[in-house]
Structures are given as structure tokens and as C-alpha cells.
Design a protein around this ligand. Structure first.
Ligand code: NAD
Length: 484
């Protein structure tokens, strides 16, 4: 299969925070890959800014190191890297002060798409939006890319939306949730809305329950200060897991366009029930084997911040009333694995008799590792000996099914940056969506605060706290195994 790369128009991209971790690890390697594939036109320009004093040559050397570190060897190509680095320049600039701004303006081209990537601390977002205006840098073709976290509760998200709205139209604001840029996440929409097969069964009558798991094997070391103020509910559930839930639960949009898709996602968030206290488990990892515990990783003596959340939530609408959605996410779990599992109900009657061990059909959408889709189907066990049944996976790994193209699928960030340049907001969160997500999250957090109590400890490298297991067992169900 030959991948189709449609070049975007030449653009100017200004990356605020160009020396930071995200820029070096994701943004620059991602841009290089789009350049190498011919999607980023060679006349485009990337202007990185940061507080550090250096010239453009020193910045190119920094990015060259980042490419060496973060690109797989098979994607490296000296000539292409050299040409890409020539597209980069650097401007020392203080986002909240005066330095550097007057030098930035003349570097931008008037009639091109102009994207400003806010890859700086969230506290700087409002001031940065105002500075762009103050210095006359916002043209008709301008857009801004906002990193997460977008607020830490409803009030702060509203305030940030209001500030951004003073300077930009909603159509110019790209709130990144990189989960939405993953191939499988988009495939979720393709599987649901491009096949007749699933949609008639995609409701409470046929779906027993849905499990959404985002398990990480890493701990919080290195970003403990940020994490300890946030916790798993704010860092993962309010955004990434919520977005996955929306794509699973939403009604078919009338068209695949940004507002049609986001209107349907918003309706899902608004239909979410409140989470009952007994339907929520908070956990925190403790030292086990050679692995440090949360306090050591987060460099706090004692903290009530959760590094794990499991919860059950229902949706009050016609499609889903009665089907529970189980969500879980955590740090320092036994594997890095993200998946959505849709478990269908058993057939109403077994013609094969009671003795047959029945297994439900489960559709598993794997986000990582090894993106792909598996459907468990019952078949006859081969060989003589009567009609014995066995559940086997219809298994599709995108990398295998798509051959070379699958192995070289764009990373979420590179895809999303190209969408920004194209002006396609479908995979970005709209302001009202973010606010609705916080409006659902805030009471959950307030309820456990009011209740008090510490998160339940779980061993680093385990599958999470015991209470999370009990949360599903109580309903006669089980979490799927977390395996990488
Ligand atoms: P970082 O601390 O590594 O880098 C911050 C950057 O901001 C540096 O380039 C620094 O020079 C610049 N900066 C700081 N103060 C400045 C000022 N006053 N004026 C100009 N530049 C200034 O941070 P990061 O990890 O790269 O994160 C950047 C943003 O991306 C944050 O909003 C973060 O929440 C978000 N984010 C990061 C990751 C990640 O994996 N690193 C993941 C998701 C979201």
C-alpha cells in the first residue's frame, strides 16, 4: 500500500518553548518526519523561541541532537535532516516580558498560515495570547495551538477560554489532546461509521459494558511537582479517557467535519451521570522490588494525590441507559497498555446446550502498543468430538495489515500539527467541550475531598489497587488483563 502524502501550503510555525522537553521530544522530530515525507513544503519556516540565549546555529545543533535521540534509525537521512534544520531559526524571547518580540515580527510572512504553538507552562498561556496581539503578530491566517492541561477545574478553564476569546476566534484555537491524533482513535470513527456491521449493535440492548484502560508503566519521577498538584483524574480522565469515551458513545455526526463531530462529543459529556462514591477507586503506588513509591518519585513526604483512578459511569440517554462504562488509568502499572474493550451481551439462547462454556464477543481497540483491532468470535473447536466451542480472536494489527505504511504511521503530534496548518479542527477540543468535561470532573473530585481518606496503596508494577478489582466483581464482571 502506498501512503498518500498531500503537501500542506507553506507555513510559518512559531514554537514558544522551543528548547523545552515537548518541543525536543515530539514537535521537532514530528516536523522532521513530515518534512522528510514531503508534506511540509521546503519553503516553510519554523521559528523557535525560548528564554535561553543562543543563536540559530546553536538551536539547530540542539535539534540535531534531539533527532538523533528520538527518531528511529531507519527514518534518519543526513541530507534530509540537513535541509530540515535549515528551515529552523531561533529567537530568544521572554513570553511575559518585552525582550525578543520586535525581532520576531519581521521574520513572519504576511500571507501565509501562521501558527503559534504554546509549548510553555500553562500559567503563561493567557499572557502569551495577549502579547501576540499587543505586538501585532496576529494575521487573518493565524492560529494558536494550546497544550494541556487546559485549566485545572471548570472556573480556570472558563477563565482561560474567556481570555483566549478576547484575542482569537474559536476557529483559530487548537486545543491539543494528543490521544485524538492516534491512528486507532481515528479508526474508532472509521470502524463505527464506515461499516454497517457494528452500528446496529452499538447500544445498551446489545452492549453489556465498555472498559477503557490507559495503563502506564512509568512513574511520576521527573514531573512530580506538576503531577502532585493534578493527579490521575485531572491529568488523564478529564481529557484523554473522556475523549475516548466520547468517540465510543457518540451518535453518528451528520458529516465528518469539526463542528458536527464535536457537537456529538459534547452531547455525550453532558449525558454522563454523576459518579457515585462507591463507584470510584483512587490508588497510589508504593515501592515494590526495585521500584520507588509515589512519595519518593514525586518528592513529597506525604501526599493524597491519586496516581490511579478506576470508576464506573453511566450515560443518561436512549442509546446507553443501562450500559456501564468502566474507566481506569494509572502510573507504575505492570505494563504500558491502552485499549478500549466493548463487550457484547451473550446471545439470548444457546442452541449448543448448557455445557458449552460461553464467551462474549469482545471488540478490543488497541491504542498502544501495537495499534490494532481484535474481535473475539465463537467458533467450533476443530477436530472430532462433537460441537465444542472456542472463542478465537479475529486480530488485525495495523502495522501488519498496512505493511510498510503501518510501521511508519505518523505519530499523533505530527498529524495534529499538519491538521493545524490545514485548518482542520476535527481532532481538537472545542472550548465548550473542555468546560463540559470539567463540569463533570469537578464534583467527582469535590466528593472525595469531602469524604476525606487517602488513596488505596498498590504495589509499583502491579495491576492496581484491589478495590478496583472489587468495583467490577461486584457487578459480576472483570477487568481485562493489562499486558503490554
Ligand atoms: P519545559 O519546562 O521542558 O519547557 C518549557 C519551555 O518554556 C522552555 O523552552 C523555556 O525556555 C520556555 N519558557 C519558560 N518560561 C518562559 C518565558 N517566560 N518566556 C519564554 N519562554 C519561556 O516544558 P515542556 O515539558 O516542554 O511542556 C511545555 C508545555 O507542554 C506545558 O504546557 C506542558 O504542560 C505541555 N505538555 C508537555 C508534555 C511533555 O511530554 N513534555 C506532554 C503534554 C503536555
Amino acid at each position: 500500500m502506498v501512503s498518500r502524502v498531500i503537501p500542506v501550503q507553506p507555513f510559518d510555525l512559531v514554537v514558544f518553548g522551543g528548547t523545552g522537553d515537548l518541543a525536543q521530544r515530539k514537535i521537532m522530530p514530528g516536523l522532521y518526519r513530515r518534512f522528510h515525507d514531503g508534506q511540509m513544503p521546503p519553503t516553510s519556516r519554523v521559528i523557535a523561541t525560548g528564554r535561553r540565549e543562543m543563536d540559530s546555529d546553536a538551536y539547530r545543533a540542539l535539534v540535531a541532537q534531539a533527532l538523533a535521540q528520538h527518531l528511529p534509525p531507519e527514518l534518519r537521512d543526513a541530507a534530509s535532516e540537513h535541509a530540515f534544520l535549515q528551515r529552523l531559526s531561533y529567537q530568544p524571547l521572554d513570553v511575559s516580558g518585552a525582550a525578543g518580540w520586535t525581532e520576531l515580527a519581521p521574520r513572519l510572512n504576511d500571507d501565509r498560515v501562521r501558527a503559534f504553538y504554546f509549548s510553555v507552562a500553562p500559567t503563561l498561556f493567557p499572557g502569551l495570547a495577549a502579547q501576540l496581539h499587543r505586538h501585532g503578530l496576529v494575521s487573518a491566517h493565524s492560529r494558536i495551538v494550546i497544550e494541556k492541561p487546559f485549566g485545572h477545574d471548570l472556573d480556570s478553564a472558563r477563565a482561560l477560554n474567556a481570555t483566549l476569546a478576547q484575542h482569537f476566534d474559536e476557529g483559530q484555537i487548537y486545543r491539543i489532546d494528543h490521544y485524538l491524533g492516534k491512528e486507532t482513535v481515528q479508526n474508532l470513527m472509521a470502524v463505527r461509521f464506515a461499516n454497517i456491521l457494528f452500528e446496529p449493535l452499538w447500544n445498551a440492548e446489545f452492549v453489556d459494558h465498555v472498559q477503557i484502560t490507559v495503563a502506564e508503566s512509568v512513574g511520576v519521577a521527573g514531573r512530580g511537582r506538576y503531577y502532585d498538584a493534578a493527579g490521575a483524574m485531572r491529568d488523564m480522565v478529564q481529557n484523554h479517557l473522556m475523549q475516548l469515551l466520547c468517540l465510543i458513545a457518540m451518535e453518528p455526526p451528520h458529516r465528518f467535519d469539526a463542528d458536527a463531530v464535536r457537537d456529538e462529543k459534547l452531547k455525550v459529556i453532558r449525558a454522563l451521570d454523576a459518579v457515585a462514591p462507591q463507584d470510584l477507586v483512587r490508588g497510589q503506588y508504593r515501592a515494590a522490588g526495585a521500584m520507588a513509591g509515589y512519595s519518593e518519585d514525586a518528592e513529597t513526604l506525604r501526599s493524597d494525590t491519586e496516581s490511579y483512578v478506576a470508576l464506573k459511569v453511566g450515560l443518561s440517554n436512549w442509546r446507553w441507559k443501562g450500559t456501564p462504562f468502566y474507566l481506569r488509568t494509572g502510573k507504575r502499572l505492570c505494563a504500558r497498555s491502552s485499549e478500549i474493550a466493548v463487550t457484547f451481551k451473550e446471545p439470548p439462547h444457546s442452541i449448543f446446550g448448557e455445557s458449552e462454556k460461553w464467551r462474549e464477543n469482545v471488540l478490543v481497540i488497541r491504542l498502544q502498543p501495537n495499534e490494532g483491532i481484535t474481535l473475539g468470535v465463537m467458533i467450533k473447536e476443530p477436530g472430532p468430538g462433537g460441537m465444542r466451542l472456542v472463542n478465537v480472536p479475529l486480530d488485525m494489527s495495523f502495522a501488519e495489515a498496512l505493511g510498510e505504511d503501518g510501521r511508519d504511521m505518523p505519530d499523533a503530534y505530527e498529524r495534529l500539527i499538519m491538521d493545524v496548518i490545514r485548518g482542520n479542527q476535527t481532532l481538537f477540543m472545542r472550548g465548550d467541550e473542555v468546560e463540559a468535561a470539567w463540569a463533570w470532573t469537578d464534583p467527582v473530585i469535590a466528593a472525595w475531598r469531602a469524604q476525606g481518606g487517602a488513596p488505596q496503596p498498590y504495589d509499583a508494577g502491579s495491576a492496581g489497587p484491589d478495590d478496583a478489582l472489587a468495583l467490577m466483581l461486584r457487578d459480576g464482571r472483570r477487568w481485562r488483563e493489562i499486558s503490554g
